[in-house]
Design a protein around this ligand. Sequence first.
Ligand code: SF4
Length: 370
Amino acid sequence: MNMADKENPAEIHELQRRLHDWFTAHQRPLPWRQTYDPYQVWIAEIMGQQTQMDRVVQYFLRWLARFPDLAAVAAAPEQAILKAWEGLGYYSRARNLHRAAQQLIASGESGIPADRQRLLALPGIGPYTAAAILSTAFNQPHPLLDANVERLFARLADIGRPLKQSATQKQLAAMAETLLDRDHPRIHNQALMELGALVCTPRNPDCPACPIQPFCQAHRVDTVEFRPVPTGKQKKIDIAMACGILRKGDAFYIQQRLPDDIWGNLWEFPGGRLEAKESPEQAARREIREETGWVLGELTAFTTVIHHYTRYRVTLHAFLARLPPTAPEPVLTAASHFAWASLERLGDYPFPAGHRQLVAALCAHFPEIR
Ligand code: SF4
């Protein structure tokens, strides 16, 4: 299909009909599709950004049991929100969601507004999320482009340029607008995303099972495996970090990160990045001294965990140390609060991914003090 086809309403109508029928028969039974409740759609949309669908469903069901509606989110302490989000990453999504719920409740709303401008005024809701909520929850005719739809359109129109080029983005946006089924926007948009996720997959798309194959230009000219045109991949940046797991009796020291930094308000073991020519142990000692004022005696290497983020690969070296019962209170320079927690209680706090791996390693290492 190319953009000249917008002059062919009969062909577009047929494509829409095929998408509609395919979605009706093949859609996954995702929990928020039972009612399309706007609150549930909103949660699913925010969770779904950068996260695999099977994980979204797990987290969504747990979230709904804990926070059944907007008022429950608004009333919850931020720590409960972050704990429920723990493991999903990109914690600004959770903080924005919390702030958005509080703003809506404070302004007298009891639900998610069906209005683009009011949605865009909320934290964490940009043009894509607003369009997704409006079309999925309220069946309003807003075109949508997510990664699955972009890939599908690049094949449908056999676009020979990388997706991120501005000319390509304009073409994709025009296609989304032209092909939108204004009578059934909810089904149409979800059908495109679902088809991209299940059939027109990044590798080995199942073209024989594709309901819109007769309209697919890449299939016609045999370029499917070359579409979308790949962009040069960015290499991940390696970051080395070190931290100390400090024990006093059977309690472990943790501290809460400052609100405005990358994992704001999450908890962690004290530590930070290695400086030039520093060994992991030297970095752990220095960071702990800078962040708490404690000068440590013996340190024992405990474990090293590696965690991958979109652009970074973080290697975190962890060391164990004992503090005497007479150790003074820490002088916090990089944290807002601290706590001494038993192994059992550590699980109550929200941690970023690397430190959560350390908590699991501690539980395995010290079964006798759980
Ligand atoms: Fe994707 Fe194949 Fe369908 Fe074309 S025919 S849209 S490449 S699954």
